[in-house]
Design a protein around this ligand. Structure first.
Ligand SMILES: NC(=O)c1ccc[n+]([C@@H]2O[C@H](COP(=O)([O-])OP(=O)(O)OC[C@H]3O[C@@H](n4cnc5c(N)ncnc54)[C@H](O)[C@@H]3O)[C@@H](O)[C@H]2O)c1
Length: 435
């Protein structure tokens, strides 16, 4: 495989993984970022985010001089530029593409004649055409834009870069797609080459589908609770269906958060609206998600007889377990709602040291001591390991709202806690007869 000179523009969460990954595929990679501190950190082999395996891979690529980070680079020195900047939502859901166009401008100065600009950021369908027009206007009609969406999961980013389920390459023609596919030749995964709009839509469709499963699961969990059914078993039976799958996002919780699902569902809804095609199902998915935090607040308010002056301990602060990313975390949305109603909110998460609006005393016992209620936001081992009898001794009142169904409700009930899991028997048949 031929080593290519690759420039990665924007080395945040996605760009850092891309840069390290391409260096491990034996390319000669330079990462640039407008954030000088980030460049300095990465060049020193330091990585803030909790991504198993990535720091070691970063350090070995730096040591082997296949990778470096800088703020400025020589003009026309690269065969490829990967744009990995953010595409955050504007208030109406429309993605803000200003960082992307600024990055493309930088690519226009730094990519050699006939080179390729790869968009790795999540972009609305049609963005590749707009970028090529901007490059033409900048006198770089020789450059072409290829879209290679990133599907990795935070917390498993390094694993997902090396072993993705698929690589999607959206290009104007097969020759350009093939050039980009060769960059990833060291990865064994199915490669789907398609037109650019299909690749751009593929990322939004994937995230809309995942978000829909989350909202579907939350509604099913609510119904199961009303009927006295066992949601654990319910979701287990669904995951066993090969048409659904073992890793499906099926399980109750505070809803989907993070940097991708909320912004990408909003963007897709916006894109569809610009086409005069409302996506009713997606709208419902978003609506169900919005209501999750309110349900938790209502339960706490009713159980504690009001929230003013109450102390709530929030277990799990990041947008999901296994990451330190707080962006669009539903836990933090809940914390904001509780604070608004006069409650004091303390938090604990082993991967998070500080979070806006939440007092983080640093240890689990300190977070729950004197609390009136616990909110379990993450389904994870350290939460399961809490002994309810120990928690009962530390707390002022004994209530626990378990959003993801991650604790043993019988044990907590036995320790004197009121929980949100209904432990009554299943509803009787309509005629009252045993069947
Ligand atoms: N986070 C995820 O799990 C994930 C997964 C798949 C796709 N994506 C997509 O990847 C994109 C990036 O997401 P992220 O989480 O890495 O964002 P991020 O904010 O962590 O990183 C973006 C980086 O780009 C830098 N930057 C901004 N403008 C620049 C410019 N003109 N030149 C150079 N650097 C510039 C910023 O300083 C920042 O370090 C988004 O479109 C996102 O939707 C994210």
């Amino acid at each position: 495989m031929e080593a290519e000179r690759v420039l990665v523009i924007g080395v945040g969460r996605i760009g850092a993984v891309t840069a390290v990954g391409l260096a491990h595929l034996l390319h000669d990679v330079t990462g640039v970022d407008t954030n000088a501190g980030r460049v300095e950190e990465l060049q020193a082999g330091r990585l803030r985010e909790a991504e198993p395996g990535l720091r070691a891979a970063l350090r070995s690529a730096l040591r082997l001089r296949r990778l470096r980070f800088a703020q400025g680079v020589a003009p026309a020195g690269f065969d490829f530029a990967f744009l990995c900047v953010d595409t955050p939502p504007l208030p109406g859901g429309e993605p803000d593409l200003r960082q992307l166009f600024a990055a493309a401008e930088f690519a226009a100065q730094t990519v050699r004649t006939g080179g390729i600009v790869v968009t790795r950021s999540t972009v609305p369908p049609g963005t590749g055409d707009r970028l090529e027009a901007a490059l033409r206007a900048a006198g770089r009609g020789d450059l072409s834009v290829v879209h290679v969406p990133e599907f990795l999961r935070e917390g498993r980013a390094w694993e997902d870069f090396r072993e993705p389920d698929r690589i999607v390459i959206g290009a104007r023609d097969a020759a350009r797609a093939e050039r980009v596919a060769r960059l990833f030749a060291g990865i064994s995964a199915p490669v789907y080459c398609c037109d650019r709009v299909t690749a751009e839509l593929a990322k939004y469709a994937a995230n809309a589908f995942l978000a829909t499963t989350v909202s579907f699961a939350n509604e099913m969990a609510d119904l199961a609770a009303r009927l006295g059914a066992d949601p654990e078993m319910l979701f287990e039976t669904l995951r066993a269906d090969r048409r659904i799958g073992r890793e499906a996002y099926l399980g109750p919780g505070l809803g989907f958060g993070g940097h991708c699902l909320p912004k990408d569902t909003a963007a897709l809804e916006y894109v569809a609206a610009t086409q005069g095609l409302p996506l009713h199902q997606l709208r419902a998915t978003i609506q169900v998600n919005r209501e999750r935090v309110g349900r938790a607040v209502a339960w706490l308010e009713e159980t504690l007889g009001g929230l003013d002056g109450r102390c709530i301990a929030l277990l799990g602060l990041a947008f999901k377990p296994g990451t330190d990313d707080l962006r669009e975390s539903r836990s933090l949305a809940l914390a904001a709602e509780l604070t608004l109603r006069g409650a004091e909110v303390r938090g604990y998460d082993p991967l998070v040291r500080a979070a806006a609006g939440v007092h983080c005393p640093g240890t689990l016992p300190a977070a729950i001591e004197g609390a009136d209620a616990l909110v379990v936001a993450h389904r994870t081992e350290w939460v399961r390991a809490i002994d309810p009898a120990d928690a009962a001794k530390l707390m002022a009142r004994h209530a626990v709202f378990d959003a993801p169904g991650g604790i043993d409700h019988r044990a907590w009930t036995a320790a004197g806690f009121v929980t949100n899991r209904c432990l009554r028997a299943p509803v009787a048949a309509a005629d009252g007869a045993d069947r």
